[in-house]
Design a protein around this ligand. Structure first.
Ligand SMILES: C[S@@+](CC[C@H](N)C(=O)[O-])C[C@H]1O[C@@H](n2cnc3c(N)ncnc32)[C@H](O)[C@@H]1O
Length: 387
């Protein structure tokens, strides 16, 4: 297997074609893959119906592409929001089932109108709902926003639609939460004043749902029927994946000291009734660990070695593992991403190819605050040395 490094580099530097086609735009997620990276790698290293694993699948970019390319896929991520996004983005839904969305939208409209004291022509059922309990709730949300979100959440919960459709609607709700909260941005957890108008939440939610419907219809027509299994788990412990069951691994792990995935999605985690603590404690490489708690790079290497041992176990002998890693700065010292991965991989894998490019050109560098002229991103192709 030979990687066309020049072609891949060109795709990355020009960002390929669009990066938001089909279901890729369903949900914001820091440091998403440019879809063209997994497309290129999956095509190079696998055949149809083989199994691709992404053990840090995040919002599921590589899983979407594996299914489009008729490969089976397994995704693992610690983050409940990433796992929900991955499932929804890779699940086909029939037009008949999608048409049930109308009921949920109508229920939400009726109940939100009632909340604002507006009389409606088409009475629907009145639902009773509760605002979720979490610390500093009023600091993060305007009163009207809390009620609109809670009404929509309850209408989804009480609707008689399938689990797949409920997941899609919950993902639509999740996708708008940061925008309607007082959180400054997707990768900055600080409160600012916003002026979210009456029914703005409802309108954003409806627009998001309608866009998702069109896209999932197209995805359902274009994607193969190969199975995608997504697990919410810590990749240091993936005993549920069988030995020698994977043909190719493609992933982009958390870069050390670069993001806090648990923090950026904290408000979403509250609204969707997931557990923040579980994600925070087990997140590898978080800024919380390396900047606030001052852990050195050693703890990252230790955690990632545990992951790589598992990856070698599940991957067939001599098969390939492609990994995208960025340079990072810990305690003021620059650490090169390729050196770091080679050190972690040494016991189980040999390097067969690598390329690098400047982070300034890459859309993967989501937060401009982390841009650094000297930082590069590296793609390494490793071969499983296991006998
Ligand atoms: C760079 S992101 C992956 C983004 C993904 N390629 C995409 O396109 O959305 C890294 C992911 O590693 C996950 N992660 C961090 N620690 C983990 C752990 N211990 N086990 C599994 N996943 C973990 C984070 O939740 C995050 O989703």
């Amino acid at each position: 297997m030979v990687l066309n490094t020049q072609e891949l580099k060109e795709i990355i530097l020009t960002n390929g074609d669009s990066t938001t086609y089909l279901t890729h735009n369903f949900h914001p997620y820091a440091a998403k893959f440019i879809p063209q990276i997994p497309v290129n790698l999956i095509k190079t290293f696998t055949k149809e119906r083989e199994t691709v694993l992404d053990p840090f699948c995040g919002s599921g970019t590589s899983l979407v592409e594996a299914k489009l390319l008729s490969r089976k896929a397994i995704g693992v991520d610690l983050h409940a929001i990433g796992v929900l996004a991955s499932k929804v983005k890779t699940t086909k839904i029939s037009d008949i089932e999608l048409s049930n969305i109308k009921q949920v939208i109508q229920q939400s409209e009726f109940n939100i109108n009632r909340y604002y004291g507006v009389k409606t022509l088409f009475p629907s059922d009145k639902i009773s709902y509760k605002l979720p309990e979490f610390y500093n709730r009023e600091h993060w949300f305007q009163e009207n926003v809390l009620h609109e979100l809670a009404i929509i959440k309850e209408c989804i919960k009480q609707s008689k639609v399938s689990k797949e459709l409920k997941d899609l609607l919950n993902l639509a709700l999740s996708s708008i939460i940061v925008a309607v909260s007082n959180q400054e941005s997707e990768t900055r957890y600080a409160a600012i004043n916003k002026d979210i108008k009456a029914k703005q939440v409802l309108s954003l939610f409806c627009n998001k749902v309608y866009d998702m419907v069109t896209r999932i219809q197209k995805f359902s027509q274009e994607a193969s029927n190969e199975v995608v299994n997504v697990y919410q788990a810590d990749s240091r412990y993936i005993d549920f994946i069988k030995n020698n069951s994977v043909d190719f691994i493609v992933t982009s792990p958390p870069y050390p000291n670069t993001y806090d995935y648990y923090l950026y999605h904290k408000l979403r985690i509250f609204w969707l009734d997931f557990n923040v603590r579980e994600i925070q404690d087990n997140e590898i490489g978080s800024r919380h660990k390396h900047s606030s708690k001052k852990e050195g790079v050693d703890s990252y290497i230790k955690d990632m070695k545990m992951c790589f041992k598992q990856f070698s176990r599940v991957l067939k002998p001599d098969k390939y593992f492609a990994i995208v890693e960025g340079d990072c700065i810990i305690a003021g010292k620059m650490i090169k991403g390729d050196d770091l991965i080679e050190e972690i991989a040494r016991e189980n894998f040999e390097t067969v190819d690598k390329i690098y490019y400047s982070l300034n050109h890459s859309s993967k560098c989501f937060n401009p605050a982390f841009r650094n002229k000297e930082k590069e991103e590296h793609i390494l192709v490793l071969r499983n040395r296991k006998q």
